[in-house]
Design a protein around this ligand. Sequence first.
Ligand code: ITT
Length: 188
Amino acid sequence: MKIVFATSNKHKLKELQAIAAAQGIEDVEFILPPEGFSVEENGATFEENSLIKAKEVNRLTGMMSLADDSGLCVNALNGAPGLYSARYADTPQERIDKLLKELEPYTDRSAKFVCAMTLLDENGAHTAVGECHGQIAREPSGINGFGYDPVFIADNTGITMAQMSEEEKNKISHRANAVKGLAEMLKR
Ligand code: ITT
């Protein structure tokens, strides 16, 4: 079975494939949308944005579609960068620099990654949300993963997500938790 994964972020696709394989989802091939796929993410929540992406890719391809909308929510910053995580500054490095600078005045460095996954099939839309809780490090460490991984220390790990192997991250990540939730929802 082929499912179009509505993303332009190749890191997300790689993680999704590994997460699905680890969960025994073997009969699905995830494919990318047509080159240049983009849609205005103007929803008010991660759930809404993932539905917007899934609907647009379904409209373009007529195929079963899956979409991920995700981000980092920092408590001391009232949930920022949140929905705007990908647009918080121009480059991944600048986004991390900006985050560390804005957090400087605060002692509370708690945060969570959130991922909403929407599957759009012949029965309609199914959405599950996964979270991963942790702390923002004082400086970046590690070279794996993407985005804010070098400054996110997941609870009970003591290392940043960029210091983990792919396998370790994919066991505990917000994306893995969202896929688990979706798989359970679809079984019922
Ligand atoms: P698509 O919309 O094309 O899927 P995107 O990267 O723009 O790609 P989002 O709008 O969902 O995706 O923004 C998610 C951003 O949140 C992403 O660019 C990272 O900055 C951050 N993020 C999400 N998941 C992450 C993860 O597992 N590790 C590190 N940063 C993550």
